[in-house]
Design a protein around this ligand. Structure first.
Ligand SMILES: [Fe+2]
Length: 459
């Protein structure tokens, strides 16, 4: 069945479609017809526009939504810096810590759970490139939290779009535009600026986030594949309007702004959007619905066939960020070394594992909740044990990745690692290369008699 068998049941309603123009009302008649800013909006609501692109962005790229809400988002006291000495998620900007740009292959043991913090304080920048103040690049976070956000808090990031990949636990996310439940094997995208709070109904959570500082995610072009396949547009789910009404109590609005945390007070709930329409909204996707495509003759295609979402640079076909998955699938290629080939890539590849065992790494060092980074031109490929098995395997049709879901954040940028990612987290495996590739044995045999027209030298 092309859906994930979740242990926690769905509890919300959604609208289906990627990049669709939706409209949704929690109170019938709350959306004005035709006009976006009528003098007297229905039910005494305020009109508010939320832009995800420049007003003048080309129509095909333009993203915006109109919100009908009880009080405008601007009705709050000034922001003040908060936790300025502890909350820092863009070291390249603030220079208190520096990026480590290193060519080594890196692999991390599973990151620790942390039951003492909520969503906002669970964010650890592990790697990244670029600068949110210039709207360039990306940040890669590990999150681990054990506490609900305060019921009277909301959070947003002005720095970019969050692509959230839960590995453990369940995220119950109340956004301005409605509620979303996100479970392991689902992903969620919360675009820049959208306010939300996160509850943890099943206890502690852990996972990965890619924050995209520039542009927005889109579905990859399918070319000769045709009009269906990979992640299908109909399987993306956006919330329906849901609102709270509270103009009595004090709320705290938290903002991640250039990697720093700011807080502002307001005397009304931020979750008061009664209706909205537009194409700028949070959404989720069940990775179990991915229509996986692969070779049915020979050779191993490029991993771009596994792209769920992409965010392109200014150069078409070259991504600032690709989100790629390695789902359960059949391998049937004939006469073929079936794991991924050995390679060096002009792109950087950050991998994580949601569950199970990744089929290209069977040595045991790549664990759920762990990670690896193969940076620009850092050589990698199957570890020695995988190579040995795959070189001698009986090439029958074989199902791989059963019960597993590995993923990759791939970027054209050289990714730096933070001090936390390299040292403080204390999860980097010193023996990654020694365990994976140094044990590879030469199998070369000179032909006899030697036929080497351009000569060679044996040491
Ligand atoms: Fe790779």
């Amino acid at each position: 069945m092309p859906v994930t068998d979740f242990t926690v049941a769905e509890k919300y309603k959604y609208q289906n479609g990627f990049g669709s123009y939706f409209e949704t009302e929690a109170v019938e008649g709350a959306l004005p017809i035709g006009a976006n800013n009528p003098q007297k909006p229905p039910y005494g609501l305020y009109n508010e526009k939320l832009s995800g692109t420049a007003f003048t962005a080309p129509r095909a790229e333009n993203q915006q939504s109109w919100l009908q809400r009880i009080l405008p988002a601007s009705a709050h006291a000034p922001f003040e810096p908060r936790e300025a000495n502890t909350f820092d998620t863009n070291p390249g900007v603030h220079n208190r810590e520096k990026w480590h740009q290193i060519p080594n292959q890196l692999r991390w043991d599973p990151f620790d759970m942390d039951e003492t913090v909520d969503w906002v304080h669970s964010l650890h920048l592990v790697a990244g490139a670029g600068d949110p103040t210039m709207k360039t690049g990306l940040g890669i976070f590990i999150f681990a939290a054990g506490k609900d956000m305060d019921p009277r808090e909301a959070f947003y990031s002005a720095d970019g779009d969050f692509l959230i990949v839960p590995q453990h636990g369940v995220l119950d996310i109340q956004t301005e535009l409605g509620k979303i439940l996100v479970r392991p094997n689902e992903i969620c995208v919360i675009p820049r600026g959208i306010r939300y709070r996160v509850n943890l109904p099943e206890g502690p959570v852990r996972g990965y986030i890619l924050e995209l500082y520039q542009g927005h995610f889109e579905l990859p072009g399918l070319g000769p594949i045709g009009s269906n396949g990979l992640a299908n547009a109909r399987d993306f789910q956006a919330p329906v309007a849901y609102f709270d009404e509270d103009t009595e109590n004090e709320y705290t609005l938290l903002a991640k702004f250039s990697g720093h945390l700011f807080a502002a007070k307001q005397n009304h709930t931020p979750f008061d959007v009664v209706a909205w329409h537009g194409n700028y909204y949070p959404y989720k996707y069940d990775l179990g619905r991915f229509n996986t495509i692969g070779s049915i003759s020979y050779d191993h295609p490029d991993p771009s066939i596994f792209t769920v979402l992409t965010a392109q640079s200014d150069h078409e076909g070259t991504a600032i960020a690709d989100f790629v998955i390695f789902p359960p699938r059949w391998l049937v290629a004939e006469g073929t070394f079936r794991p991924p080939w050995y390679h060096r890539n002009t792109m950087s590849e950050f991998m994580g594992l949601i569950g199970g065992q990744y089929d290209a790494k069977t040595g045991g060092g790549f664990q759920p909740a762990g990670a690896s980074l193969h940076n620009v031109m850092s050589a990698h490929g199957p570890d020695a044990s995988t190579h040995d098995k795959a070189s001698n395997a009986d090439l029958k049709p074989a199902k791989v990745g059963e019960g597993s879901m590995a993923f990759m954040f791939e970027s054209c940028l050289m990714v730096g690692v933070t001090e936390w990612g390299l040292k403080k987290c204390a999860k980097v495996q010193d023996d990654y290369n020694a365990e994976s590739w140094e044990p590879l044995k030469p199998h070369f045999k000179r032909p006899s008699p030697a036929q080497i027209p351009h000569g060679s030298k044996k040491q």
